[in-house]
Design a protein around this ligand. Structure first.
Ligand code: E4P
Length: 230
């Protein structure tokens, strides 16, 4: 499964990319607005940092506006994926952009019927928002299971991009179901790496190491001195 970072924050994207675990980035108008920066320079900077798909969302309500914006985005970088909302106009735009060779991430998906229509329109990704469904007491992961079955039944090429991920269990469950991608905020990515037994184990190892007499640890200082970057 691929992991994407759901963020427009340069510091978070830079840090996450350095871990080697992130395959792409998703953004939305709220995430971009939070950064308070000029849109296109920010978009370019993100594309330079990420060696993989970067989803950028259109902000029109009509299909023609989405198509126009999508065409502009797609010329900025070959890794750009254009996000269109899962409304009738968004489906029209998806069909047209796809026909023109632009990859579309159909976003704000909350039902299996919507997901089916996005796949029919030719979406490259469809983004079901599991966290926002959970928020209203609807099982978000049940939607992922339905989508997985439907897409397999009819061999749709559309990839399932699990979005609105709130905690590590969303990621694990998405992987169990076989979703193609999960996108998450930096705070959730950090929880994936954390384990108290790892921290306690490392503490113990390093404390034990400190007990060694200085002479026995001399090799470390020597190696350090030889390293060209020191
Ligand atoms: C996905 O592409 C969206 O940007 C995102 O996952 C929305 O998540 P939220 O419900 O936490 O805002």
């Amino acid at each position: 499964m691929k992991l994407f970072l759901d963020s427009a924050n340069i510091a978070h994207i830079t840090e996450a990319m350095s871990w080697g675990a992130i395959d792409g980035v998703t953004t939305n108008p709220s995430l971009v607005a939070k950064e308070g920066q000029d849109f296109f320079p920010l978009l370019k900077q993100i594309c330079e940092l990420v060696n993989g798909p970067v989803s950028m969302e259109t902000v029109s309500r009509d299909a023609q506006g989405m198509i126009d914006e999508g065409l502009v985005f797609s010329k900025l970088d070959p890794n750009i994926i254009v996000k269109c909302p899962l409304i009738k106009e968004g489906l029209k735009a998806t069909r047209e952009l796809t026909a023109r060779g632009v990859r579309v991430n159909v976003t704000l998906c909350f039902s299996a019927s919507q997901a089916l229509l996005a796949a029919k329109a030719g979406a490259y990704y469809v983004s079901p928002f599991v966290g926002r469904l959970d928020d209203i007491s609807v099982d978000g992961m049940a939607l992922i299971r339905d989508m997985k079955t439907m897409f397999a039944n009819y061999r749709f090429a559309t990839q399932i991009l699990v979005a609105s991920v709130r905690h590590p269990l969303h990621v694990i469950e998405a992987a169990r179901i076989g979703a193609d991608i999960a996108t998450m905020p930096f705070s959730v990515l950090e929880t994936l790496v954390k384990h108290p037994l790892t921290d306690a184990g490392l503490e113990r190892f390093l404390k034990d190491w400190d007990q060694l007499p200085a002479k026995a640890k001399a090799w470390k200082t020597k190696i350090g001195a030889q390293l060209p970057i020191r």
